[in-house]
Write a protein that binds this ligand. Structure first.
Ligand SMILES: [Zn+2]
Length: 404
């Protein structure tokens, strides 16, 4: 999800905050509901060496007064997980990975009453944690974070400790007091698994709106129809934008882009050279260049090209370079200066974007967008190694572990 150095810094920060926060005292109460039957042991997929998880069995930990024990229902596989699986760039092995998870509260400490948005919490509620970064204005503009982030929040990137239940690739996870947690009982399982990647796009669209160029009747180009571009299209469509033109080189993805709300598609492989490609985009935009463009690929050439799709005075949101994909060449005179293009970058999300994401997922369903189809492959926990390999092979869109 992020540049190695940045993630390392974040993990360090979180670990510093974690120290001493895992209070083990007290047996915890069951809150409003009755205790669910809780087994004596939990299973955690532990990355024990490069490209290898072992599903390990650990004793169920005590639930402290501020803690929440969650029975995990599922967890998406993220690029960050794949990165760690292949190279261990953060030096975390052995580690319980998985941060895009969700599940049901089976036990809560007596001090736990509300989630990070102030919603009541009880046994039986469905929750997600939030991998949110601290209030570092250099990353994004966080205001709500200051209120909501307690400390221990990056489950799925914590080194192993004597609790062990630190990641969402597991059947149980112990959410420690002070963590960011949201009650999302009103969303179905697949929607909940998609919250984290969707929050990235909600943030990007909010960044785009900050230019004051993206409007209800804008002509919008979305370049790149991987999960990021596809979710971007669904969000724009849910907002009511009609003229969305998807650009990609794979027909299957372009077809799915239509299902998620694109009005028109352009397969770049059918057009030789940037002039022909820009002309094709213009034609699909009803004879005009785009008012706004979202760059959702990690390809430097794609970044260079996208300016040619945008009208004078238009806007651009670059969000494809989630990690360092190298330098891109542009002509500052023709591409930015003389066209007066307003550009914004977007990276990760804020807590406010998380709350907006819940609403987006409900709205998307309401207007019939097949969001669930973004999850192309599911695996049980025992097949986590296969799940990661499928992610690395990039044959699907979103891969998820779904527990029985
Ligand atoms: Zn992620």
């Amino acid at each position: 999800m992020a540049d190695t150095a940045q993630i390392e810094e974040i993990v360090k920060q979180v670990l510093a905050n974690m120290a001493g926060s895992a209070a083990m005292a007290g047996s915890g109460s069951a809150g409003a509901g009755a205790d669910r039957a809780i087994p004596k042991t939990a299973h955690v997929a532990m990355l024990t060496s490069l490209e290898h998880f072992d599903v390990k069995e650990f004793p169920m930990p005590e639930v402290g007064d501020d803690d929440i024990l969650v029975k995990v229902e599922g967890c998406g596989v993220c690029g960050t997980d794949a990165h760690e699986f292949k190279r261990d760039p953060f030096g975390l092995i052995p580690v319980a990975l998985g941060h895009e998870g969700t599940g049901e509260i089976v036990k809560m400490g007596k001090n736990v009453k509300k989630d990070s948005a102030g919603k009541d919490l009880k046994v039986g509620d469905k929750v997600v944690s939030c991998m949110i970064f601290k209030d570092n204005p250099d990353i994004t503009m966080f205001d709500l974070n200051k209120q909501n982030v307690g400390g221990a929040d990056v489950y799925g990137l914590l080194p192993d400790d004597d609790i062990h239940l630190n990641g969402w690739f597991s059947d149980y996870i112990l959410i420690r007091g002070g963590s960011t947690v949201f009650n999302v009982s009103d969303l179905d399982l697949y929607s909940r698994v998609l919250i984290e990647p969707c929050a990235v796009l909600i943030h990007a669209v909010e960044r785009a709106k900050s230019t004051n160029i993206l409007r209800f009747n804008s002509r919008v180009v979305v370049q790149g129809c991987g999960p990021i571009g596809l979710i971007c299209i669904a969000i724009l469509r849910t907002m009511g934008i009609n003229t969305i033109v998807a650009v990609d080189g794979e027909q299957k993805r372009l077809d799915f882009a239509r299902e998620l709300g694109a009005a028109e598609t352009v397969n770049f492989k059918e057009h030789k050279g940037i002039e022909a490609l820009a002309a094709a985009v213009q034609e699909k935009c009803g004879g005009h260049l785009a008012d706004f463009a979202f760059q959702c690929t990690g390809s430097p050439a794609a970044h260079s090209n996208i300016y040619k799709f945008i009208r004078n005075g238009g806007g651009l949101c670059e969000l494809g370079f989630f990690i360092n994909g190298g330098d891109a060449t542009i002509n500052p005179h023709f591409d930015i200066c003389s066209k007066e293009i307003t550009t914004v970058g977007s990276w990760v999300y804020t807590l406010r974007d998380y709350a907006t994401t819940f609403d987006f997922l409900k709205s998307a369903k309401k207007i019939g967008l097949p969001i669930d189809k973004l999850i192309t492959h599911t695996y049980p926990l025992e097949q986590i190694n296969e799940a990661l390999k499928t992610n690395l092979a990039m044959t699907g869109l979103k891969i998820a572990i779904i527990n029985k």
